[in-house]
Design a protein around this ligand. Sequence first.
Ligand SMILES: [Ca+2]
Ligand SMILES: [Ca+2]
Length: 268
Amino acid sequence: MGIFNSTRRAIGAHTTLNTTSIETSRHAAAHAPRGSALLAHMIAGVACLAGVIGVAGQANADVVYFNDFEAEAFGTEWSAVAIETTPVLARSFLGRFGNENVSLSISDLPTHDTIRISFDLYIIGSWDGNTIPGPDAWGIAVAGGPTLLHTTFCVSGPTSTRTQNYPDWIGGDSHAQRTGAAESNTMGYTWSNVFLPIPVQTDAMWQLSFEVPHTAAGITFNFFASGLQPIDDEAWGLDNVRVEAVPTPGALVIAGIGGLVALRRRRR
Ligand SMILES: [Ca+2]
Ligand SMILES: [Ca+2]
């Protein structure tokens, strides 16, 4: 089951920072001598606002979704229901998929101006990259928004000179197979055919992360691939999918000023 708002948590120290600022302000007001009450309130205000500005500068993100797919079941946030476990390491992941679009939809986002998505992309089988039979392409886009990546990947035998576009986009510069991969031949997938009967290891994992300007309450990501041979030959999957909402600095400052007003009212 995916983790939604019920387990949304802030990363970073902004909660502590806010509390510290307010508590420091209260201490200053309580111990100020008579006649200095207004000054104490001013100190409190500056301290509170400074704390809030510090929060805005840090741009802490809320994790609004995370799934490592180890529990097998998950909700309707995904358009496709498929779970596979790697032969080695026994990692469960979302997949496998072929030439298809798989979408992830997240709603009820907190106030934000940027969405960050991070995940492990598993490339399984004999991906040919820019070479025939290909190109073997993969991408991610925001529905109704920008394409975040559209490229080719190549995962082939150790002597192969096939190339891929990643980290460049499709049609761009060519690079050696597996360029940029965080893992190579760790998951136990192999490939062979009648002409190459001795299996070669063909799996790799890329850790990808993207940020997109975004303010709406919901977002849908489309993951897609094209040019692939049958799914038992060339496939992909996703693991450790994390979506974070980066707060809007302006909204935090306004909330901080509101908190300052409330603090002063409580003291009257
Ligand atoms: Ca997993
Ligand atoms: Ca191919």
